[in-house]
Write a protein that binds this ligand. Structure first.
Ligand code: ASP
Length: 377
């Protein structure tokens, strides 16, 4: 990924598009721009020409409805499976540096870590007053049955919306809240779901339908928190598995470079009643590491304390991530820990919805276990 200063303007405009609203498109890499290499697909360059040629194949009435755009291309586009948190900081810096110059932004990025990129941008670009749309594709632009052109067209369309003021992920004709998404499909052109947040918009018969009532409310003015994220994350993921050895968890949490962890619990926030494991987690919290919990179930929220085995999380000071995705919880924690914030402030802000990343209800009502169905959580 290029640094902010390395990214160059190389692109043109959509033929016949009406001029006023101009979108900045940032090409960071991913399948959308990939080409065949000796060992398989590799990130390709010169995306500007390929993109304008592809858009030129659209029927004229669709082309003319798209906003004008300018493309900035990374000189070293990457496969996003190699993306690092610092890469997303560079994208956020680029958007912030040109925030006044464009009516919206599109980030073209690989799908493997697109939800992580969207989550990071959400926390860096708080209080957006215009759309930032991330997208990619399952098949490269220009190959048979590619979804790339449809995603580009939809992304440009949603990026020109004057009512959307948040980071959205556009894929398979749907607009999703970026920080609520997960890549669910390896090949299907739907690509992503936002299991705990309804879709924000969709393309129906070629027209963009916006669910404006679901958009984030106008947050006043930008409150960007441009944090230079590291290449190596100081946060770890700790998924539970049956029979896990607490000593392994201890090794990770004892490392000085590890400042926080996302504990991926069972169901509504349960963990094994294993004194050694609980001791390891409690010791880490006591040593000033911030531990947060999310569920391994993609749909629904934690309800920490519904079960005795989950109440332990409260007792040892692990914070509830409610219905956040692992991606959002991880990126939020890394974002907070990468600033010079006192620990109580990190904890307070983690629990506070900053930009739509968690539902304001601590438990989605339809998911809260009742006394009589407590065995189902
Ligand atoms: N490995 C690719 C990437 O994330 C996959 C994709 O874009 O769909 O860059």
């Amino acid at each position: 990924m290029a640094t902010n200063s390395e990214l160059q303007t190389v692109g043109g405009a959509v033929a016949d598009a009406p001029p006023p609203a101009q979108v900045l498109v940032i090409y960071a890499g991913g399948t959308i721009g990939m080409e065949a290499g000796e060992r398989g697909l590799v990130p390709g360059r010169d995306f500007a020409d390929r993109m304008s040629s592809a858009l030129a194949t659209l029927p004229v009435e669709r082309r003319s409805g798209l906003p004008d755009y300018e493309l900035r291309e990374s000189p070293t586009p990457i496969d996003s499976s190699s993306a690092k948190p610092s890469d997303w900081s560079h994208i956020a810096e680029l958007i912030a540096a040109h925030y006044q110059d464009y009516c919206g932004f599109v980030v073209l990025h690989g799908t493997d870590t697109l939800a992580w990129c969207a989550s990071t941008l959400t926390f860096q670009l708080q209080g957006l007053t215009k759309p930032v749309i991330v997208t990619g594709s399952q098949r490269p632009l220009g190959v048979h049955a590619s979804d790339a052109l449809a995603n580009l067209e939809a992304a440009l369309t949603f990026a020109a919306s004057d009512s959307l003021r948040e980071v959205g992920l556009v894929f398979g004709g749907r607009l999703l809240r970026g920080c609520r998404t997960r890549k669910i499909y390896t090949h299907d052109t739907r690509g992503f779901e936002s299991p705990n947040c309804p879709i924000l918009g969709e393309i129906v018969d070629g027209d963009a339908k916006l669910h404006v009532d679901r958009f984030l409310a106008n947050q006043g003015a930008p409150r960007f928190e441009l944090v230079s994220l590291p290449e190596t994350a100081s946060v770890v993921r700790l998924p539970l598995w049956p029979g896990m050895d607490p000593a392994l968890v201890a090794r990770w949490l004892e490392m000085e470079s590890v400042r926080g962890g996302v504990l991926e619990c069972w169901g509504s926030g349960n963990l094994p009643e294993d004194a050694a494991l609980i001791g390891v987690l409690a010791q880490a919290v006591g040593a000033g590491k911030t531990l947060v919990a999310v569920s391994q179930c993609p749909v629904g929220s934690l309800n920490v304390g519904a079960y005795a085995s989950g109440e332990t999380l409260n007792e040892i000071g692990v914070l509830s991530g409610d219905d956040m995705t692992t991606e959002a919880a991880f990126c939020k924690l890394l974002h907070l820990l990468s600033q010079q914030l006192p620990l109580p402030e990190v904890r307070r802000r983690f629990l506070t919805p900053l930009s739509g990343e968690r539902s304001t209800l601590s438990v989605a009502p339809d998911r809260a276990p009742q006394a009589e169905d407590a065995s189902t959580g």
